[in-house]
Design a protein around this ligand. Structure first.
Ligand code: ZN
Ligand code: ZN
Length: 315
């Protein structure tokens, strides 16, 4: 499967602020030597060696992840503002896919804000199926997309639209991949999803406040998390913030690292970035997470990175 990250920010969309952009430019220019600027090749080399937090940004769009199975089925995890970037790529690359399987973790705004602008809802040749374990999904989405919040409602959408409420332990097969879910600890609830294709597995676990219960090696936890190849996991806070914001529904990066170690997960993408953090703050969190991981002895080797908008990886 191929996984594309379209929205990685938590809570509210966070465009790169002009002041941050200006300070990135200033810091880049300060690093440049005359020899770096000689020709296009040296300039390219100079740019490619810059720290990632300086040349680029982790991104400001909210929750949206795309998974393409080997059979090219399109699975979308959440419909935050990143959904527009997903749609832009479909258009730019003339992607012919017309069937979209949208799994919603929960209904907080940062996970829905892109949905009213998903133009494929107006396409009579498209099929859009929504999945969630919440029986009220259809009603909630109906209320979310109607006047006066949005000029048109569901009766204006020409696509073939379906809703699938997932039962406890239910697994659905889409394009040769199996999607399963598990409940997470978050205000108003949240579902994490696992996409399994052959012997590869990817987990999307946004908006999760990890508790002792999550670390228990129950049959259910082991079946879902053990030895997953990659996880996108809520790591919005530092440990201090997590203590201060107890019960707000998000985890610290250190708990996220410990959790991956406990379940021998191979790759961790820190996710749901705090909107108050700039790129420098997030790179600092990444370095701290790696240092923290180096001190742990249980579990297997763990690779850690920030979830970065536009990043693509294959499993
Ligand atoms: Zn969220
Ligand atoms: Zn939430």
């Amino acid at each position: 499967m191929v996984v594309r990250l379209w929205g990685v920010r938590g809570s509210s969309p966070t465009p790169l602020a002009p002041e941050e952009l200006r300070s990135k430019f200033a810091a880049i220019l300060q690093r440049a030597k005359a020899s770096d600027l000689e020709n296009s090749e040296t300039r390219q080399r100079f740019l490619s060696r810059l720290p990632r937090g300086l040349f680029g940004t982790a991104g400001g769009n909210t929750a949206c992840i795309e998974v393409r199975t080997k059979q090219n089925a399109c699975i979308i995890l959440d419909t935050g503002t990143g959904l527009r970037e997903l749609e832009k790529r479909l258009k730019r690359e003339r992607d012919s896919v017309k069937e979209f399987h949208i799994f919603l973790s929960h209904f907080h705004y940062d996970h829905l804000l892109g949905l009213p602008y998903f133009n494929l809802l107006y396409d009579p040749t498209a099929t859009v199926i929504f999945y969630s374990p919440y029986p009220a999904m259809e009603r909630i989405l109906d209320e979310f997309m109607r006047a006066p919040y949005h000029p048109v409602g569901w009766d204006s959408f020409a696509a073939d639209i379906g809703f699938c409420v997932l039962a406890k332990n239910e697994k659905v097969t889409i394009g040769g991949a199996e999607v399963s879910w598990i409940r997470r600890n978050h205000p108003n609830g949240c579902a994490a999803y696992k996409v399994k294709e052959g012997n590869r597995s990817f987990i999307y676990s946004t908006d999760t406040e990890l508790t002792e219960k999550d670390f228990e090696r129950t049959e259910r936890n082991l079946a879902f998390f053990y030895e997953a190849d990659a996880i996108i996991l809520d790591a919005q806070y530092t440990l201090g913030e997590a203590i201060e914001k107890y019960n707000w529904g998000h985890s610290s990066y250190s708990l996220a690292v410990e959790f991956c170690r406990e379940f021998h997960i191979k790759k961790l993408y820190l996710y749901h970035h705090e909107p108050l953090n700039d790129d420098a703050d997030m790179e600092k969190i990444l370095r701290s997470a790696i240092l923290f991981d180096n001190r742990l002895e249980n579990g297997g080797p763990l690779e850690i990175d920030l979830a970065r908008e536009g990043h693509v990886f294959e499993l």
